[in-house]
Design a protein around this ligand. Structure first.
Ligand SMILES: C[S@@+](CC[C@H](N)C(=O)[O-])C[C@H]1O[C@@H](n2cnc3c(N)ncnc32)[C@H](O)[C@@H]1O
Length: 343
């Protein structure tokens, strides 16, 4: 199956194609989170022949594979910014032939990708945010604080700056801001002060040294709560390196805009910052924009979205027992119920 680059979605297979056989079977490395519920949320929109569903976070293709198998009349467009994920999933989904189009893209590029593919509107969009099991498990990617590895953390290793560069070059004030905003780290100042002292001696290159510096910097009381003390700093660096929140802030409205009336969106988030952002966009779409006091709300002020989930839905205890990576998941869904009003 050809993998396309975002800027050549209507062209020939790109050099990112996966001619080489993938030795790993994606199937054994990742259990798709809240799969049944995601499929149920999207199902009413995907039964008709010609329906298009976009998986904005292909990863190892678990959700995509299930979408193709469950909705035989639907076509899949799947994006990932990680070329290795596209290569592995390409192998996995090859049996579906041209029902699946895989594209190397950041998900806020969705409008351009659909444009190039000549798809004006879609019936379903799925986001399964965050990092994949493959990215976490492969020590060399530098996402995991439990393994010593180069501090990289780029989902797309062909572009951007690494976590080591962030740590070694950002001004202390910026590091404090990032740790607070993206890691919700209460001890940000202490950690950054230790990092700045250490990087003056020798730049950071690997995760183990950073973990050690964080451990040494924290007071005993802070080490007793909240799991591994490096967890929040690693989350913050990862979000910064990949620009995760700003990309998501553009991508969710773009996904809503790409939905045909009746089309459905499902979003799985893994931390409160992502979930808050998704919640805000969906709640705004589901609210009337009418000025208060109108006796009858004209069409142009009426909501574009209907929420399909009450608050965020959580995985069941059974699912978490089987797959601990599902534990922080929060699922929200919405349906497009109205066109944008044209003045
Ligand atoms: C949690 S995994 C998805 C797992 C997938 N649902 C499965 O069942 O195998 C998230 C994937 O989204 C990709 N990703 C994260 N942020 C992205 C972005 N802004 N644009 C495109 N892909 C992104 C990551 O590279 C990763 O492969």
């Amino acid at each position: 199956m050809p993998v396309r680059d975002a800027d050549e979605t209507s062209g020939a297979p790109s050099a990112a194609g996966h001619q080489a056989a993938a030795p790993e079977d994606g199937n054994t490395r990742h259990v798709p989170v809240m799969l049944r519920r995601c499929l149920d949320l999207l199902a009413p929109a995907l039964a008709e022949p010609g329906a298009v569903v976009v998986d904005c976070t292909l990863g190892l293709g678990g959700h995509s594979e299930a979408l193709l198998a469950t909705f035989p009349a639907a076509r899949l467009v799947a994006l990932d910014r990680d070329k290795e994920a596209l290569r592995l999933s390409g192998e996995r989904l090859a049996r579906h032939g041209d029902r699946a189009t895989l594209v190397h893209a950041v998900y806020d590029e969705l409008p351009e990708v659909l444009d190039r593919l000549g798809i004006p509107r879609v019936q379903g969009v799925l986001f399964d945010l965050g990092v994949s099991s493959m990215q976490l498990d492969e020590a060399g990617r530098g996402f995991a604080y439990a393994q010593d590895a180069p501090l990289d953390m780029r989902m797309d290793q062909t572009t951007g700056i690494s976590a080591a560069e962030v740590l070694n070059t950002y001004a202390p004030g910026d590091l404090v801001r990032i740790l607070r905003a993206y890691g919700e780290e209460k001890q940000a100042r202490r950690i950054v002060s230790a990092v700045v002292d250490e990087r003056a001696k020798e730049p950071f290159t690997t995760s183990a040294r950073l973990v050690e510096v964080i451990r040494d910097a924290l007071p005993q009381a802070a080490k007793r709560t909240g799991g591994n003390p490096a967890k929040r700093t690693f989350q913050a660096l990862r979000i910064e390196v990949n620009g995760e929140l700003s990309v998501l802030e553009r991508a969710i409205p773009a996904a809503v805009a790409s939905l045909a009336v009746g089309g459905r969106l499902a979003v799985l988030s893994y931390h409160s910052l992502e979930d808050r952002l998704v919640k805000q966009v969906l709640a705004a779409g589901a609210a009337s924009t009418a000025p208060p006091g109108l006796p009858v709300v004209p069409e142009r002020y009426q909501p574009r979205l209907k929420l399909l989930t009450r608050g965020a839905e959580l995985p069941t205890e059974e699912e978490v027992a089987e797959n601990r990576r599902a534990a922080p998941a929060r699922l929200r869904g919405a349906q497009r119920i109205r066109e944008e009003h044209q003045e």
